[in-house]
Design a protein around this ligand. Structure first.
Ligand code: AMP
Length: 283
């Protein structure tokens, strides 16, 4: 596995791989890798000749400077995990490499970003779309891998890819969980022991809401039940619990139509650490 730090170096490699007819898979990450990331890398290795993993804690997608400062950074440990998972090239750029000059262009994804993460983290998806566009141009992937754990991010990136005619396939990978249901996340490392113990309640609340949706109850009933379960745990400060159409991410009203995919999405703080999770179900 080679480690590339210069944007121009990655671009030159990608050009060579393309000329040699090799299929390129890209897995963008912010590092502090866990099994969820590694499953994306293994999937990319199965489906492509070359796998590029980027690790970049992207400042432009953090609306909270404290969250950016405290975000775990473990490049050596990450590099050791990536080679056995099938990574060909680790792209580890500095902020200056990714942003040689301040960006001016801004993205607006319309209704897609007026809800949930977009509504609660102003500028977040602009930063995501900026960095992902740069990574697409630098690594020229045939396929790019993202986790469904960040459901709204996947929707935004599909929109970005379609709107800007990026010639690649966006692959969405199912959420990888701990044995107790907690969605794996780099931020889990920051949880105090007592908060880690109650964190699986988020998934349990999503499941409780999902059971009501699949039993034919209204979105409002599912939203109420899920929110109450979370509110009952004093260590959890909820931000939102939403029941939405999984394709448009707009709030579901009433009972889901047969065949309509429904997403239950949650964001909450545990001891200052912000976690998100979701479940997609169908009636
Ligand atoms: P991050 O490093 O958190 O920005 O995540 C990098 C990629 O890994 C994103 O596409 C995430 O959606 C994905 N990812 C993060 N956690 C998980 C998980 N538990 N299961 C599957 N994919 C994940």
């Amino acid at each position: 596995m080679e480690i590339l730090q210069a944007a121009a170096e990655l671009q030159a490699r990608a050009e060579k791989w393309r000329q040699a007819g090799q299929r390129i898979g890209l897995v963008p990450t912010m590092g502090a890798l866990h099994e969820g990331h590694l499953q994306l890398v293994r999937a990319a290795a199965r489906e492509n000749d070359v796998v590029v993993v980027s690790i970049f804690v992207n400042p432009t997608q953090f609306n909270n400077p404290e969250d950016f400062r405290l975000y775990p950074r473990l490049p050596e440990a990450d590099a050791a995990l990536l080679a056995p998972a099938g990574c060909t090239a680790l792209f580890l750029p500095s902020v200056e490499q990714m942003y040689p000059q301040p960006t001016v262009l801004t993205f607006d994804f319309g209704p897609l970003e007026r809800v949930m993460e977009g509504a609660h983290r102003p500028g977040h998806f602009n930063g995501v779309a900026t960095v992902v566009s740069k990574l697409f141009h630098l690594s020229r992937p045939h396929r790019a891998y993202f986790g469904q754990k960040d459901l709204q991010q996947v929707a935004v990136i599909r929109q970005l890819t379609a709107d800007l005619s990026f010639d690649l396939e966006v692959v969405a990978f199912p959420t990888v969980r701990e044995a107790d249901g907690l969605a794996m996340s780099s931020r889990n490392r920051r949880l105090a022991a007592n908060d880690r113990a109650v964190a699986p309640r988020l998934h349990a609340a999503l499941e409780a809401g999902a059971r009501l949706v699949t039993a034919g109850q209204t979105a409002e009933a599912a939203q109420g039940a899920g929110s109450r379960l979370i509110a009952a745990e004093s260590a959890i400060t909820p931000e939102y619990f939403a029941v939405v159409d999984a394709r448009t991410l707009q709030p579901l009203v009433g009972v889901a139509q047969p065949g309509q995919p429904v997403a239950l999405c949650v964001a909450a703080y545990l001891g200052g650490v912000r976690l998100i999770d979701n479940l997609v179900v169908q009636v």
